[in-house]
Design a protein around this ligand. Sequence first.
Ligand code: E4P
Length: 225
Amino acid sequence: MKFFIDTADIGEIRDLGKSGLLDGVTTNPSLIAKTGRPLFDALAEICAALPGPVSAEVTATEAEGMVAEGRALAAIAANIAVKVPLTWDGLEACRRLRADGTMVNVTLCFSSAQALLAAKAGASFVSPFIGRLDDIGQDGLGLIRDIRAIYRQYPDSIATQVLVASVRGPLQVVESAKLGADIATVPPKVLRQLVQHPLTDKGLAAFLDDWARTGQTILKQAAAE
Ligand code: E4P
């Protein structure tokens, strides 16, 4: 499974990116607004910091405007994936931007019918928002299961990757992986939670105590060899 980070905070992207475990970034207008920075500066910096796809969302609501904005965003860097909403205009813009050779992430997907259309429009990624579905008492992971089941029926014609979005906790990431989702985009906090386990901390502390009692150090011994 690929991991994208769901933030526009360059500090977090650089910090977590050092692990080498991040495959891309997703931003949206709310995340950009949170940084208080000009959009193009923020995106250029993110694209330079991480080589994978960086989603940048249009704000026009008609296809013509989305295509114009999408082309302007795509010119920032080769790793921009233009994000368009899952509307008829968004699907038209997706098809046209894909014809330019631009990566497109069709966002705000809340049903398998919508995901079917995103694939039909040639989307590089479709972003089902599972947390927001759970928030209204619907089954976010059920949507991932359905989309995977549908896409699996057309292995020769659907190349759209399922990008699980609106992730609220580590369990959703694990369950999405079990369902075969291609990518999870995860907020920095959840990404850090993924590595945590109390038995790892406890086990490490015990190993280090026992080792300290020996008075040995690995590098000193290696240098003496
Ligand atoms: C995805 O691309 C979106 O940026 C994001 O996952 C939305 O998540 P939220 O529901 O936590 O705002």
